[in-house]
Write a protein that binds this ligand. Structure first.
Ligand code: SAH
Ligand code: SF4
Length: 363
């Protein structure tokens, strides 16, 4: 079996069946063959730098009701907040003073004209900040083509929209059956973002209830086929105030973590030059989860810049780390951890996806 697997590992391209069979191989095969190979590919195509995206969790107000997420509108046990305009600018200035090359603005999904305008103004103001041209990633859910375009023209240049799962049947099981939770629309949004000119990120949750290895293999092939530039991929973690508080057919947390590492490593081998983020959810299961992920393929980390008073209300899942720490503490503790895992931090650089640059050059 292992000999055969070694042959598959070195093949130029894998089909979905091969990805599935690799995903299910032994721990020792991953430790001895897959992880070192993924790290070797990362060293060659990406290099030793980790790039930061200072994360601003702008608002936990959401118009959607995804079954897995603590921010869903049906969760009434949550103080809803929105970071003020001035506080966002403060956080962006902090990013500059810390030498973070980029920020990521994330929130629950809101599409009202006032929200769209507010985001546009925030982007414009951040772009005007002196000293440094901060890179801006957005993660604000599904929006119209014209909204995406407006934000791009204002100065945002990367967008992260996870597909969550590429299996439409599973997608339907983890979302309400309504028009605003449409798989087709989510995929259309990814196409729109690409057409507009963004660096496009997608990804999925690993270890969802009833999800199989075949589903995850399908996800990895989906990400390759739509040719993403960046990926955010992390384990699903239950949130007690959601319909998925105690789901059936779920793997233990450690196995979900393991599956996330395996998926990251295989994705790095499949899509050599993309940016892959170490999802915060990895850290919720293992305190060193994000740093360990660097050793199997990730190259982006998102230190939290959300003002502390809001942090404990941005609860996508339970045990979200760093909710009590101030931004500067996150900065200090992260740097030490990253160095322990033999990586440099690319301060004051955008750290764009090499894949994006390569695909633009090919045009
Ligand atoms: N509203 C936006 C961005 C915020 S949610 C959107 O949905 O795209 C950001 C990500 O958090 C989601 O894409 C999802 O993959 C992740 N997430 C939500 N609930 C989660 C959970 N219970 N466990 C792990 N990740 C979760
Ligand atoms: Fe809202 Fe995003 Fe959570 Fe869905 S995943 S409920 S869109 S914040």
């Amino acid at each position: 079996m292992t000999e055969n697997a070694e042959d598959i590992l070195k093949k130029e391209a894998w089909n979905q069946y091969e990805v599935e069979s690799l995903l299910g191989l032994s721990d020792s095969f991953f430790e001895n063959s897959v992880y070192p190979y993924a790290k070797q590919i990362k060293d060659k195509y990406i290099g030793p730098n980790v790039y930061y995206r200072g994360l601003i969790e702008l608002s936990n107000i959401c118009s959607k009701d995804c079954y897995y997420c603590g921010l869903r509108k049906g969760n009434t046990h949550l103080n809803r907040y929105k970071v003020t305009f001035d506080e966002v600018l403060e956080a962006a200035k902090k990013a500059i003073s810390y030498g973070y090359g980029s920020i990521c603005i994330q929130a629950g999904e809101i599409s009202s004209p006032s929200f769209v305008e507010e985001i546009t103004s925030i982007i414009v103001e951040i772009k005007k900040l002196p000293e440094y041209n901060l890179g801006i990633t957005l993660s604000l859910g599904e929006q119209s083509f014209s909204t995406y375009k407006k934000w791009f023209e204002a100065g945002a240049h990367r967008y992260l929209l996870r597909v969550e799962t590429s299996n439409i049947n599973l997608y339907k099981k983890i979302h309400p059956d309504t028009l605003e939770h449409s798989f087709e629309n989510r995929v259309q949004c990814l196409k729109d973002l690409r057409m507009i000119g963004y660096q496009v990120g997608s990804g999925m949750m690993v270890g969802l209830p009833s999800q199989t290895l075949s589903d995850i293999a399908e996800d990895l092939c989906f990400l390759r086929d739509i040719d993403i530039d960046m990926c955010g991929l992390g384990p699903f973690i239950e949130h007690p105030q959601t319909p998925f508080a105690k789901p059936l057919n779920i793997l233990p947390l450690e196995d979900r973590l393991k599956l996330a590492f395996r998926s990251i490593a295989l994705l790095r081998i499949i899509m050599k030059d993309i940016n892959i983020a170490s999802a915060t959810a990895l850290q919720a299961i293992d305190p060193e989860g994000r740093e360990k992920a660097l050793m199997v393929g990730t190259n982006i980390i998102m230190p939290n810049l959300t003002p502390r008073k809001y942090r404990s209300d941005y609860t996508l899942y339970k045990n979200k780390p760093c909710v009590d720490e101030e931004a500067f503490m996150c900065r200090g503790c992260l740097e030490g951890r990253i160095k322990k895992f033999h990586h440099n931090i690319g301060y004051n650089e955008w750290g764009d996806s090499p894949h994006f640059k390569n695909r633009i050059l090919k045009k």
